[in-house]
Unconditional design. Structure first.
Ligand code: PLP
Length: 404
């Protein structure tokens, strides 16, 4: 007889995965994947950090290690160290016990648990996010029953920040609304506000009682300084107000598949923070009961040991330096070819991504004629490039831009 699932309709492909599959199936030896958001070496290979390898060896040899369940909120030491990483070791919010941090399934899990908490316990069920933003961002909130709205952010004429538009839209936002902010290395634009602009954003949001929710997936990936890159969050915490943060170790430690991250909620008092934590447990318990131990143990081993921490920062810097160098090399190659248009945004933008300004038609041309893959909005992952492939990409962009 018929399947009991006969009436299940086919869901559409998720775009970023569709690009991955198309790339995999392309037999061309010249093919280039600039679509997926992961770091690659100069040889185009995934990178397992040496310090991660070292931490894993230590963990394997540790006699006291076991695989028993963690608490619902995860590895306690990991939570403490993660809060320090983002808020700073001397953060008064931490010292006053006003922060609750729970170990979640990477940045995605932290955003999802945070959204679920807000849907249940916060009075305003509207979230504003940048236009454009990371493709999965709306999903976390829609799934929790929160209405998604946008604020202007990217100015296509400059490939930079539409700061005026952003302030206007936040100024007109429903009072008390949640505002999703990317701490640094904005995905997909590569455009971040500067610290003076952050200060204006902070003042406006506090004045209007808007609730900041920081997504921190690239802390350290812009300047290689964890403190400098976390500055926007710390400005909001320093004023004594409340906020949420979703921290991810996927990119910054290359732990993508280990799913390591932390949700922090900064509250006005220690008493509120402990009640908030008690409710987070009720949200997590029926979803996956408790998080996995391995990835968080790696992170903990690295963060708590001076020497390994130093090694991590060195490797983090090597990653960001390579990305910065790719920006410069691509910009130079575009200049060399005298390609029409202003390409200075390639070096002005920061982090792993650049929104190149290429349109969907030009992207389709790059894929069809040059086997170069990226999302249709023209976002490229600079870490997908190397000295060897930059000239090829520049030639392809030249052809795409001078097509008509
Ligand atoms: N937030 C942003 C801005 C991202 O770019 C990503 C991944 O690409 C994530 C969150 C989620 O990543 P993960 O769940 O691996 O931490």
């Amino acid at each position: 007889g018929d399947s009991v699932f006969e009436y299940v309709t086919r869901a559409p492909d998720i775009p970023v995965y569709a690009v991955m599959v198309a790339y995999r199936e392309d037999p061309s030896p010249f093919k280039l994947n600039l679509g997926i958001g992961v770091y690659r070496t100069e040889e185009g290979k995934p990178l397992l950090l040496n310090v991660v390898r070292k931490a894993e060896k230590l963990l394997v040899n540790e006699l006291s290690a076991n695989k028993e369940y963690l608490p619902i909120t995860g590895l306690a030491e990991f939570n403490k160290l993660s809060a320090k990483l983002i808020f700073g070791a001397d953060s008064s919010a931490i010292l006053e016990n006003r922060v609750t941090t729970v170990h979640c399934l990477s940045g995605s899990g932290s955003l999802r648990i945070g959204a679920e908490f807000l849907a249940k316990h916060y009075h305003q069920r509207i979230v504003y996010m940048s236009q454009p933003t990371y493709a999965n961002h709306p999903n976390f909130f829609v799934a929790a029953g929160i209405t998604v709205k946008t604020y202007r952010y990217y100015d296509p004429t400059t490939c930079g920040l539409d700061f005026q538009g952003m302030l206007e839209d936040l100024g007109a936002a429903s009072s008390g609304a949640i505002v999703l902010l990317q701490t640094c290395g904005h995905n997909p634009t590569g455009v971040d506000p500067n610290l003076e602009q952050w200060e204006q954003i902070r003042k406006l949001m506090r004045l209007k009682g808007l609730l900041p929710f920081f997504d921190c997936a690239y802390q350290g990936f812009v300047s290689a300084s964890l403190d400098a890159d976390a500055q926007p969050v710390r400005m909001f915490v320093a004023d004594g107000g409340e906020c949420l943060t979703a921290l991810s170790y996927s990119k910054i430690m290359g732990l993508y598949a280990e799913r390591v991250g932390a949700l922090s909620i900064v509250c006005k008092t220690a008493d509120v923070a402990s009640r908030v934590e008690s409710q987070l447990k009720l949200i997590i318990r029926p979803m996956y009961s408790n998080p996995p131990i391995h990835g968080a143990s790696i992170v903990t081993a690295i963060l708590k040991d001076r020497e390994m921490y130093g090694e991590w920062i060195t490797e983090l810097k090597a990653m960001t330096d390579r990305i910065t160098s790719m920006r410069q090399q691509l910009y130079n190659a575009l200049q060399d070819r005298a390609i029409p248009g202003d390409w200075s945004h390639i070096t002005k933008q920061v982090g792993m991504f650049s929104l190149t300004g290429l349109n969907a038609e030009q992207v389709a041309f790059l894929t069809k004629e040059y086997h170069i893959y990226m999302s249709s909005d023209g976002r490229i992952n600079l870490a997908g490039l190397s000295a060897k492939t930059v000239p090829y990409l520049a030639d392809a962009i030249h052809a795409a831009v001078t097509l008509n």
